[in-house]
Design a protein around this ligand. Structure first.
Ligand code: BF8
Length: 641
């Protein structure tokens, strides 16, 4: 791979070059040698039974040509494409929601008092969410209303939360957090999720050979499962993480591979569930282990994150992200990574091959995510002895410091950023003292200083130039006075490229947005956390609706969503729950839909009539931004502002 073609980011380019000198293969090289399958790329390869895989003929210029062959069962392009799309939603919703389930189960243990390592750190958040689960926060004794015991509330909330994954009747409790017109729409369309697991299972059933053959009906279930993710598994995950580990508030940190330090023990945590990384942070900050590191000749312990784990520990502890999804191999190639600790999701199998070339200890920790290579150590993490495990892992990294090879090359590049925004802190910075929680934000949207709101989220994809789409798109949006909320690897990219500082407003923003940012002292791009924290964006949008003056529902807002460099199935689930919540959602790179023009039209056009939101795709980041801005302007015109 040509490093300059692979990424716009200098430390990434430097490390790709370094890998090539050392003859170590990375994702950037594999992106050159492995070409995607043309039929799969169009979404019309069906491998759901052993009569196939059936690869349907590609339509020409978006129109089905003379070759009208179908799958052996008779499946059409629409059915195959919709089944594949629904299965992506199922996998994405499963990943987010299983993460959420593990958080809920750990919270249950914490509430029961059967683990000493997890506690209630944010009682206010617990009291705030309890009513949504129908849990009372006060008790009446002898006619006097008193606060209910916190541990009792926690236990009741935990039981209700865990039940959301498998309750036998009713619909998810958190759906009632959405604006009422949106809830009414979901009821009318029959897409209210019943429980998280059921919706995912039902997709697998419906997409089994010979079941659901109507693409609209398939997407109805896809929608229901995606809502179970966004307004269910992910949202509960975010909230209970906040309760146990603290609701984030804005803080300053650094970002990029340059956060690693040559004279420190470098520990990289990578993955998603903060159950593990929270303990690693606590262990690495303990005086005892810092002293131990010094005994071993290091100046201290430097933690860094990759992927959403990076965002989790950034937003709550200011631990710097060392890189995005595409920089995971590169962190090891610095030669300074003494341990990389991984849990679930977005972890390259190739990490073990890269680690083999260095002293790096690669440690898997989750029972559902192991690696077969013999240089990988598995230390299974358990909430009952979480801290013990974390101490053992950190010690292992410290002991490994002495084993570093001669050549350590850490790129110099790092930036400063402000992260840790959320529904609550937006309220603090952009709320109003008297007239509603998000009054200042709404007021500035109405007076036109802020043109609209964009959510820019999601992955990196080695089929596109690393970070280029994220950064070009975000810059174009803020230049046009659109405030950006970001999560996931997009947020890490924004941090690395210096867009998460209040000072960047003067450089990159249009005059209106710059004025607002300077007045209240916020960056024009607000880091809202990890990918499960996209639920924060849903709730922020709901707060904007509630604050008034911008319509009655999310679909009325001058707002749009984007995942410019998406790659994961989780992104498809996120996209669908945003669309079904009323958001115009544009993906970059490519969507696997071209083989089924009718189904594609359903997602890109028809869906708007149902939910007020729709899908779109635009690989060019400038055009991508202007599609979002055009939508924002259309909504402004409809609102008469
Ligand atoms: O959940 S943005 S590459 S790290 S999938 Fe993965 Fe994509 Fe990054 Fe987080 Ni989200």
């Amino acid at each position: 791979a040509d490093p300059m073609e692979a990424s716009i980011e200098p430390s990434t380019q430097e490390m790709i070059r370094r890998a090539q000198q050392l003859n170590i293969e990375t994702v950037f090289d594999r992106a050159v040698t492995m070409k995607p399958c043309a039929i799969g790329l169009q979404g019309i390869c069906c491998k759901n039974c052993a009569m196939g895989p059936c690869r349907l003929p590609l339509p020409k210029d978006g129109i089905q040509g003379e070759d009208t062959r179908k799958g052996l069962c008779g499946a059409t392009a629409n059915t195959i494409c919709a089944r594949n799309f629904a299965r992506m939603i199922a996998a994405g919703a499963a990943a987010h929601s299983d993460h959420g389930r593990n958080v809920a189960l750990t919270f249950l243990e914490a509430a029961k008092g059967t683990t000493k390592d997890y506690k209630i750190k944010d009682p206010a958040k617990l009291i705030q969410i309890a009513p949504y689960f129908g849990v009372a926060t006060t008790v009446e004794e002898d006619g006097v209303v008193k606060d209910r015991d916190l541990q009792e509330i926690a236990l009741a909330v935990a039981k209700k939360a865990v039940n959301e994954w498998g309750k036998p009747s009713g619909t998810l409790d958190y759906l009632k957090r959405a604006p009422q017109p949106l809830q009414d729409k979901w009821i009318e369309e029959g897409v209210m999720p019943r429980n998280v697991d059921r919706e995912i299972v039902e997709i697998m059933h419906r997409t089994h050979m010979g079941v659901d053959q109507d693409y609209k009906n398939l997407m109805k279930q896809g929608t229901r499962a995606s809502l179970a993710d966004g307004w269910g598994g992910s949202m509960i995950g975010t909230d209970l993480q906040d309760v146990m580990f603290g609701t984030p508030s804005p803080l300053q940190a650094e970002a990029n591979l340059g956060v690693m330090k040559e004279d420190h023990v470098n520990i990289i945590v990578h993955g998603h569930e903060p159950l593990l990384s929270e303990m690693i942070v606590a262990a690495a900050q303990s005086q005892e282990l810092i002293s131990y590191a010094k005994e071993k000749g290091a100046k201290g312990i430097q933690l860094g994150g990759i992927c959403c784990t990076a965002n989790e520990i950034l937003q709550r502890h200011g631990v710097p992200p060392a890189g995005t999804f595409l920089q995971q191999e590169l962190a090891i190639i610095t030669g300074a990574c003494d341990a990389m600790i991984v849990d679930v999701q977005c972890i390259f199998q190739n990490l073990a091959n890269v680690a083999k070339c260095f002293h790096t200890k690669l440690i898997t920790t989750h029972p559902i995510a192991k690696m077969e290579q013999d240089n990988v150590i598995h230390i299974e993490f358990d909430e009952h002895h979480a801290m013990e495990d974390a101490v053992r892992i950190v010690k292992m990294a410290i002991d490994n410091y002495a084993n570093r090879g001669a050549e350590v090359i850490i790129p110099r590049h790092k930036t400063t950023q402000i992260a840790g925004f959320g529904v609550e802190s937006i309220k603090y910075h952009l709320g109003g003292a008297f007239r509603g929680d998000y009054y200042t934000l709404n007021d500035n949207i109405i007076n036109g200083r802020i043109r609209g709101i964009a959510g820019v989220v999601g992955c990196n994809n080695a089929r596109t130039k690393h970070n280029e789409e994220h950064i070009t798109l975000i810059k174009e949006l803020i230049k046009n006075d659109v405030i950006v909320l970001t999560t996931g690897c997009s947020a890490i990219a924004a941090g690395i490229h210096g867009l998460l500082t209040p000072e960047s407003a003067a450089v990159h923003c249009g005059p209106g947005l710059a004025e607002v940012c300077e007045t209240v002292g916020i960056p024009p791009v607000l880091h809202l956390g990890s990918c499960v924290d996209n639920s924060r964006i849903l709730l922020a949008a709901t707060e904007v609706v509630k604050a008034g003056g911008l319509g009655n529902d999310i679909c009325d807002l001058p707002a749009a969503g984007s995942a410019p460099e998406w790659m994961s199935e989780k992104a498809i689930s996120i996209g669908q729950y945003f669309v079904a919540s009323g958001v115009y959602t544009v993906f970059g790179y490519h969507m696997p839909l071209d083989g089924a023009p009718e189904f594609k039209n359903y997602l890109y056009k028809e869906m708007e009539k149902i939910f007020g939101g729709k899908w779109d795709c635009e690989p060019d980041p400038i055009k991508h931004a202007h599609k979002m801005i055009a939508h924002i302007d259309k909504k402004r015109a409809e609102l008469g502002i």
